[in-house]
Design a protein around this ligand. Structure first.
Ligand SMILES: [Zn+2]
Ligand SMILES: [Zn+2]
Ligand SMILES: [Zn+2]
Ligand SMILES: [Zn+2]
Ligand SMILES: [Zn+2]
Ligand SMILES: [Zn+2]
Length: 439
């Protein structure tokens, strides 16, 4: 079998390539199916199509460098072109095999582009990880009134203004071509196993303003790398500890998560624009844990910690109760789903709300609603306890105030009653029963 494509065919191949790159499509119809083409080809054959590989590489570069700007029709045309060229190559040759692989890659790209277009909104632009959409004039009031690239005023009513659906980065349409700031929300689209370097990787930094000297930063802005001379103009970001130019750091303020956790200090600190965008983005992620020291120091904190433990104790009843599920009562916690999962983790927003007192009232209202269900529900009350020490008719639950549960059988007693007896009456009864059975 011949390893080389004959001269005449090579010329045709080049003609086809040229027409493909120019984007003109001939009327040549192709009846060959992908499966039959893929099954042909000889793997032992060495490729000798240097020239055509160059042409293909050129096409490849064109496709990969501008895939997002390349229209679906361009890819479709390229597919047609490759299909035509395949028919002109000899069967079972390296050349044909390579073209088949190219065809497969093109089809994958077409599919990817089709998917992306399906999810893109009209007018959506993707750049540096941002998904920018035209800002709606009606939403203008809720958005910053300045372009975060050129710092100029942005008037969505009068100008074309774009805003990122992930990080809220807001820019003039005219500034889209010269974006400097990469999307601080890039971590939200990572696939499993992928990791992101830098300060905006999805975690919350707990080092208090880890300041880097200007010399260590080589007198360059921490974001756009523009020169920071004279150094008097440099602005330090309390979150990253880096210095920035006045285009990247506008002096905006936010409480620092590190200072809150270490000193319960909520004083707003100056931060770079990127850090502010990032903190706004991760504010509702439950990634912070309160130290025992903090819980002991402030009553506000210990109160909320106690309420969250109560919440988890009530949840145990609600998740197994059919009637509670019908009432969808646990959806009351939908904006703070992590409160259902356990009592330990807090989001930055939780801590800000804790300090303002908002979290305590939110928790109190939720606990009241949960308790109301459990005390009124036939299924839940059947799982309540009666104190076996004093035998009062009070129905006790693990979340009832001033009760204590036996650590081995989980039975619940009034705290005073439980502490007045040497052993848990229920455990003692079970013990006696076991002895009787053995005898
Ligand atoms: Zn963005
Ligand atoms: Zn601008
Ligand atoms: Zn800068
Ligand atoms: Zn119930
Ligand atoms: Zn009792
Ligand atoms: Zn017990």
């Amino acid at each position: 079998m011949e390893g080389r494509v004959a001269g005449g065919e090579e010329e045709e191949w080049w003609a086809a390539m040229a027409s493909m790159v120019r984007g003109s499509v001939g009327s040549l119809a192709s009846g060959a199916s992908l499966a039959s083409l893929a099954s042909s080809g000889d793997s032992s054959e060495a490729s000798s199509l240097q020239d055509s590989s160059e042409g293909l590489a050129r096409l490849d570069r064109q496709l990969s460098s501008s895939c997002s700007s390349l229209e679906l029709e361009d890819i479709q045309e390229a597919i047609e072109g490759v299909r035509r060229t395949i028919l002109q190559t000899e069967e079972r040759t390296e050349a044909r095999k390579e073209l088949v692989h190219r065809l497969i890659r093109l089809r994958i790209r077409r599919e990817d582009l089709e998917h992306r277009q399906y999810f893109l909104q009209p007018g959506q632009v993707q750049s540096l990880g941002h998904s920018l959409v035209p800002a709606e004039p009606g939403l203008a009031a809720a958005r910053p009134a300045y372009c975060q690239e050129c710092c100029g005023a942005a008037w969505p009513l009068l100008q074309a203004v774009y805003t990122c659906t992930t990080c809220s980065h807001t820019v003039h349409a005219a500034c889209l071509t010269a974006l400097r700031r990469a999307c601080v929300g890039a971590f939200t689209t990572l696939v499993a196993g992928e990791q992101l370097g830098g300060h905006y990787d999805g975690s919350v930094s707990l080092s208090i303003c880890p300041e880097l000297s200007l010399a260590e930063q080589e007198y360059r802005c921490g974001e756009c790398h523009s020169s920071l001379t004279p150094p008097g103009q440099a602005r330090v970001c309390d979150y990253t500890g880096l210095s920035y130019c006045c285009s990247c750091h506008w002096g905006g303020l936010s409480p620092s998560p590190a200072r809150i956790l270490a000193n319960w200090d909520f004083t707003p600190r100056p931060m770079a624009e990127a850090s502010l965008q990032y903190l706004a983005l991760v504010a509702r992620r439950p990634s912070l844990r309160l130290s025992r020291g903090l819980q002991a120091v402030t009553e506000q904190v210990s109160g909320v910690v106690a309420m969250r433990h109560q919440l988890v104790a009530m949840k145990k009843y609600l998740v197994v109760c059919r009637l509670a599920q019908d009432e969808k009562i646990l959806t009351k916690l939908k904006e703070r789903q992590h409160f259902v999962e356990g009592p330990e983790m807090y989001s930055l927003q939780d801590l800000v709300d804790l300090e303002s007192g908002q979290l305590a009232s939110y928790l109190a209202a939720t606990l009241a609603a949960f308790q109301e269900h459990i005390r009124a529900c036939v299924l839940c009350t059947a799982k309540g306890f009666v104190c076996e020490v004093c035998t009062s008719t009070d129905l006790l639950f693990p979340f009832t105030p001033v009760v204590e549960a036996c650590s081995s059988c989980q039975a619940v007693y009034h705290r005073d009653c439980f502490r007045s007896v040497a052993a848990c009456p229920r455990c003692a009864r079970r013990g006696r029963k076991l002895v009787e059975e053995k005898e």
